[in-house]
Structures are given as C-alpha cells and as structure tokens.
Write a protein that binds this ligand. Structure first.
Ligand SMILES: Cc1ncc(COP(=O)(O)O)c(C=O)c1O
Length: 384
C-alpha cells in the first residue's frame, strides 16, 4: 500500500503508547497512579453541564454549526479580552475551534507553504513539530533552557531563518516547564516578528492556570497586527473531552485559518458552544478555585521532591512540574522503573523534544493523597 511518507516518519503519539504499557503493568496486579497526561481530574463547573443540557432544547441545535462559531460565544471572548488584557477585538478577529489542537494544526497550512520554515520552541508540546512535518513545513527549533527561565534567545535565531520563517509558535504558560510569559520577552518577540513579517502565535492553552497575583499577559496586548493567540476551555474549566477552544487576533490570519478549517470540518456541536459560553461568562470563581487546588498540590509535590533530593524548575503556571532525572539513570531507565516497579506514570522529557532528555514531567492532575503516595515512593536511595 502506498501511504504518505510523512506519516511513515511520524512518531506514535506518546500518550497512546503509554496506555498500552499501563495496561500491561496493571494486568500484573500493580496499582497505577498516572501523573503523565495533562487531563484534569477535577469536574467542570456544574453550571456548564446545566447549560449544555438546556441547549439541547434549542431550535436547530442538531444542525451543522457555522464554522466560525456562534456569535454569543465570540462576543463573550471579546469581553474576556477587554476585561483581562484591555484588548479590543471585533467579531472577525475571533474563531471558535474544536479544541486548540485542531487550530494549532490548521494554522500551519493557513500561514505556510510546503517547505516553508516555522520557528518552534524546544522542549514543547509534541503536536507543533508533528503537525509541521505532516503539513510539509520545516521546523527550526529555538532552545528553551533553565538559565534563561525557559525563554528563547531571539538573537541566536539565524538571520536566514528569520528572513524566511512564516510562523513562530510560543507557548506561555509553558508546557512542559511551567514558565509564564514575562513582559520584556513579550515586547521583544512581538518586535522581532513584526520586523521580519513572521506570524506570531501564542498557544495559550494554560492562560488561566497561573499562580495568584501574577499580572495576566497576552501577546495581543500592544497591538494585534501579525499576532494570534489560542485559548482553550480544556484546562481552565476542566473540559478536555468537550473539545472546545478559540483563537483571537489579526483578522487576516483568522480569515486564512477559517478558510482551512471550513474546508476540513464544521464548527463544534452547538450545545457545547453554549456550555463554553456559560463557563467564560459566569464561572470565573471556578478558575480561582482550581488554581487554589493546583497551588496546594504543587507545594506538596515540591516539598516531597526537595526531600528526595530531586531537582525541579519552580514554574508559576500550568499544573506541571519539570524535573531532572536523578544522576545515574537515563531518562527511559528512570521513567520505566517508576512505572514497572512503582506503578507511577510520569512523562519522559524527550517526548517534548531532544532537549527534554534528562528531564521528566509530573502532571498534578490527581488528588493530594495520590500525589503524595506516588512521589513518596520515588525513593532515590533504594532506586540506586
Ligand atoms: C501546550 C498545549 N497546547 C494545546 C493543547 C491541546 O488543548 P486542547 O484540549 O484545547 O486541544 C495541550 C493539551 O495538553 C497543550 O498542552
């Protein structure tokens, strides 16, 4: 059979692979504590489900939704940007998506031709590179290193890459490191992308998961020209399975993205869009509530890691902790040992790119008791 060569070279999605391993370990009678995938254990706000059920009685709820999303939801997202970031957005500067993963893939053909260059961070969410390669676009990886607080050094991106790159993706709050956007970097990256006519895209899937009292920042601040930002209901409202997100910014980019999207799929199921409307309109209290929970989990986890002598980055966003693999182990040896001997799933750092070797990611998407049980069983001394 003849299939696309780009598929042949594509890695299997790590979180699918790990499910098989988990089943094997579990079949041997071991209890599993999964701190791997970033899928919240918390329930969405109850008002969201009530709104979902109510919307099932709306006229034409079952018909094809318009690709761009319902007007009321776009209007509410515009209000959210005004209140939180003082950014004014029009209706044609917002698009509703079937999850930001969908949008992150479609933005590539919307902005890049085959063989064009895209600037990506490393380590990063694996879909950026996978989708770039699928669409025939060549990634240039800009390293995120701890000494720089996990921000790229823009002046090390070669001139010939900046001249030809059409799209740059950044991701703050950052998966996997937990770093949050800083104002000086925000202005610097916007300036560079404007100067070289590169579309700047912030994947803001974790925009709301930030520790208390940190000033909220968006790359749409200070002008939306050349910029777009993704936002998602997945993490902010624990709605991963609903598949609903949005993108906002420069209307020319939004228009191109809509062209790709409307040729590939239709909009999200209308009642789910009304559920999301309820969340963003009336559930700010929920975000405060979950940030408090994640903060407590984080302090708990960090204290145990410290006790065990394990090094980690003190990020202020997301619900992840980016840790160093203890000396004497390869990343795989350590992560496999944790799974096979202790039943603990963490994500090996290389899933996020080569610079992730020597690291692993903990997702704080389990109750405190389970986090404590899992991390306390990482006994550095007996593992050596
Ligand atoms: C950085 C990042 N972007 C995007 C996504 C996908 O989010 P969504 O559920 O909106 O597709 C994830 C999911 O884990 C993520 O970690």
């Amino acid at each position: 059979m003849k299939i696309n060569n780009r598929i042949v070279n594509l890695q299997e999605y790590h979180f699918n692979k790990i499910e098989t391993l988990k089943r094997e370990v579990s079949a041997k009678g071991k209890d599993i504590i999964d701190l791997g995938i970033g899928d919240p254990d918390l329930s969405p706000p109850k008002e969201v489900n009530e709104a979902l059920i109510e919307a099932l009685s709306y006229e034409k709820y079952h018909n094809y939704p318009v690709s761009e999303g319902i007007f009321e939801l776009k209007e509410q997202i515009a209000k959210y940007y005004k209140v939180n970031y003082n950014v004014e957005l029009e209706k044609d500067e917002i698009l509703i998506l079937v999850g930001s993963k969908e949008g992150l893939s479609n933005i590539i053909p919307a902005t890049c031709d085959i063989s064009d260059h895209i600037i990506l961070p490393e380590p990063s969410y694996p879909a950026y590179e996978a989708c770039s390669r699928l669409w025939g676009v060549i990634p240039y990886k800009t390293p995120l290193i701890e000494e720089r607080g996990y921000f790229p050094r823009l002046n090390t991106i070669p001139e010939n890459i900046k001249k030809v790159a059409k799209l740059m993706i950044i991701n703050y709050p950052n998966n996997p490191t937990g770093a949050i956007l800083k104002e000086d970097f925000l202005w610097e990256v916007k300036k560079m992308c404007r100067e070289y006519n590169i579309v700047l895209c912030n994947d803001g899937a974790y925009k709301e998961i930030v520790q208390n009292n940190k000033k909220k920042l968006s790359i749409l601040m200070g002008g939306i020209e050349n910029c777009i930002e993704f936002g998602s209901f997945s993490k902010a409202f624990s709605m991963t399975g609903y598949r609903i997100a949005y993108v906002a910014g420069d209307k020319n980019i939004i228009k191109a993205l809509l062209k790709v999207k409307s040729n590939i799929d239709s909009g999200q199921f209308i009642p789910i869009q009304y559920a999301a409307l309820k969340a963003i309109k009336d559930c700010e209290h929920y975000i405060e509530h979950i940030n408090h929970i994640y903060y407590r989990r984080k302090i708990l986890a960090e204290n145990i890691l410290k006790e065990k002598g394990l090094e980690y980055f003190k990020g202020q966003g997301t619900f992840y902790i980016w840790c160093k693999v203890p000396k004497g182990y390869t990343t795989d040896e350590f992560c496999n040992k944790l799974l096979v001997e202790r039943g603990i799933v963490v994500t090996p750092g290389y899933v996020f790119g080569k610079l992730g070797f020597g690291h692993f990611r903990i997702s704080l998407t389990k109750e405190e008791e389970l986090i404590s049980k899992a991390l306390n069983s990482i006994d550095k001394i007996s593992m050596n």
